[in-house]
Each structure stands twice: as C-alpha cells, then as structure tokens.
Ligand binder design. Structure first.
Ligand SMILES: Nc1ncnc2c1ncn2[C@@H]1O[C@H](COP(=O)(O)OP(=O)(O)OP(=O)(O)O)[C@@H](O)[C@H]1O
Length: 310
C-alpha cells in the first residue's frame, strides 16, 4: 500500500528542555483511517502540530504526499486538512463564506461546485447562509470539518473529534468520518476513547511519553484488548495467594480481602469457572464477584510493563 505520510526519527524538545517526542517512526497508508491513542500529555498534539507545520521538530523528518514539511512547507501543508480540537472560527461569519474563504487561504481557485459538495456531504447545505453562532455544537464541528476539506486535502487530521460531545453526536461523527473515508481522503484522528478507535480505525498507534509503543491493525489490537478483570471479594481475608492458584496468575488486593484475575475474553477457556471451583476446593469462600473491561489506562500500563520487561 502506498504511504502518504512518512515520519522518521521525529524528536521534539521544547524550550523548557522537555522531550515531548523521542524518535517517532510512523508510516501512514493512503486511504486508511489511523487512530492515534494516548493518555494526556503523551505527545499526540505535538506530533500533529509538527506534521501540520504549526510546531518545528528538533530532529528527524516528515514528508506529506512526498513534500518535506520543512523544505516544502507549502506543498506539504496544502495536502493537509486540520480539524483542531477547539472551535476556532468567526462566530458572525456565514457558513458558506467561511468555507469559501478557507479555500482561498490555500491559494485554490474559487470552486462553488466543490464547496457545495462539501457542504452537502456534511449536511450543512441548508444552513449555508446561517451565521456560525446560530448553529448547534454538532453543526459547528461539521463546519470545522468543511473548512478543513475546503482546499481538497489528501489527508484529514481530526484532533479529538468527539471530545465532550454526547453519545448521539459521537455516533453521527463516526458515521460521517466513515463516509469521508469513502471519498478517498486519508484520516488520522487522535482520541482517548478506545471505542472510537474500535469503531472506525483500520490501524491504531499507541503513544505514551513521547514514544510510539505500537502500531497495529485494529483487529489484532482488539484481540489484545479483549481482557477483563475479575474481582473476587473474599468472605475472609487471606495472607498470601495459595500455591494451588499458581496456574491463574492472580493477585491479592485490599489487604488480602480481594483476589484479582485478568482473563482474555476471546480465549476458548477463560479460566474463570475453574478458578472458582479451585477456590471452593481450598475452602476459600467469597461474598461478591464483579468483572470490568480493561480500560485504555490498563492497556497502557500493561504495554509499558511489557516494554520495560523486554
Ligand atoms: N509549548 C510547550 N512547551 C513545553 N512543553 C510543552 C509544550 N507543549 C506541550 N508540552 C508538553 O509536551 C507533552 C506532550 O503534550 P501534547 O499536547 O503533545 O500531548 P497530547 O498527547 O496531545 O495530550 P492531550 O491528550 O492532553 O491533548 C506534555 O507533557 C506537555 O506538557
């Protein structure tokens, strides 16, 4: 598959001396939806800002559609549409004017038919003469996307496209992003929400503390993520995990009153029923059981641990 973005050995050290990116290598395939996942402060915005020419790298190189972001900034930038996290648009402007104007900023000749298509695709055509301030939050977000698409970019960056929006709007946004992909545009989105990546991405990259820990096909990653934690609340606390439970790799918590067992929900045998049977055999009673899905946080933690162990 042809790549549209090539990031090589990218580093960023802020003036404060803080190293926000520590040598990132990444290749984005043309036409894919790539989700960049990471906790707060991982370096997602820094990376996007560098690719989009808003921040300068300290080292390494980036090309977008073959254009080096430093040597050929204009070429690289014109291949990119950026939808920032915050709404940044003149509230008093009318929808169609702001989109037309954005196109002009990139030196593209006026093309009313294209602007109409973008507005229709984003269900904004009926609102084209409305002032931005008259629109709902969801529509404002769509105006931001329309602006980003106004100069016909080949890559669209969406920084936290659904941060702080309700469930319904989030679903609408996912549908919309799926539709945009059908038009051939490559989409890179940053998110905290694992479901967002699960719903949309072809590939997922996990970044933490300035390092890209992994880049994987979503389906492969989901297999890894299909883990749950079972908490067994014991009737009476125990001092240590009995040797007879060694096969389950359980851990003791809450001063010996809870046993935790992490299991793979995709596995043929999760080990849950045999664990409970073994507890019964050992005469260890329990008064409550609960399970929870591994959160993104858990996944990061386990990835970081794996990384350290390796
Ligand atoms: N201008 C700056 N000067 C110094 N440090 C900065 C600057 N901008 C960002 N940082 C630091 O770099 C790190 C990465 O920040 P960045 O905004 O890229 O993270 P992020 O992954 O986008 O986080 P979030 O999910 O919170 O948006 C953070 O520790 C942040 O404090």
């Amino acid at each position: 598959m042809a790549s549209i973005i090539e990031v090589n050995g990218l580093t960023k050290r802020y003036a404060s001396g803080f190293e926000a990116l520590k040598g990132v290598d990444l290749s984005i395939n043309e036409g894919e939806i790539f989700a960049l996942l990471g906790p707060n402060g991982a370096g997602k915005t820094t990376m996007i800002s560098i690719i989009c020419g808003i921040a300068r790298p300290t080292g390494g190189s980036v090309t977008v559609a073959g254009h080096d972001i430093l040597r050929d900034y204009r070429g690289a930038r014109s291949a990119i549409g950026l939808v920032p996290q915050e709404l940044s648009t003149d509230q008093f402007e009318r929808v169609i004017d702001t989109v037309t104007f954005s196109r002009g900023l990139f030196g593209k000749p006026r093309n009313d038919a294209y602007v109409e298509k973008v507005l229709r695709d984003l269900s904004l055509w009926d609102k084209r003469h409305s002032k931005i301030l008259e629109l709902s939050g969801g529509m404002k977000r769509r105006v931001m996307i329309a602006k980003a698409l106004s100069h016909e970019p080949r890559v669209l960056f969406l920084d936290e496209p659904t941060a702080g929006v309700d469930v319904e709007l989030r679903r609408d946004m996912w549908k919309l992003i799926g539709e945009l992909r059908q038009t051939g545009v490559t989409i890179i989105l940053t998110t905290h929400y694992i479901e967002e990546a699960e719903e949309m991405a072809d590939r997922v990259g996990v970044i933490t503390r300035g390092e890209l820990l992994l880049v994987e096909e979503k389906t492969a990653l989901m297999k890894k993520l299909g883990k749950k934690t079972l908490t067994i609340v014991l009737a009476d606390p125990i001092d240590a995990v009995p040797a007879a439970l060694a096969d389950w790799n359980v851990t003791l918590h809450a001063e010996g009153s809870e046993i935790e067992y992490i299991f793979d929900t995709q596995a043929e045998r999760t080990g849950v029923s045999s664990l409970l049977r073994r507890l019964g055999d050992l005469g260890i009673g329990y008064k409550d059981l609960n399970t929870r899905q591994s959160s993104l946080e858990d996944i990061f933690v386990s990835l970081v641990h794996q990384e350290k162990a390796a």
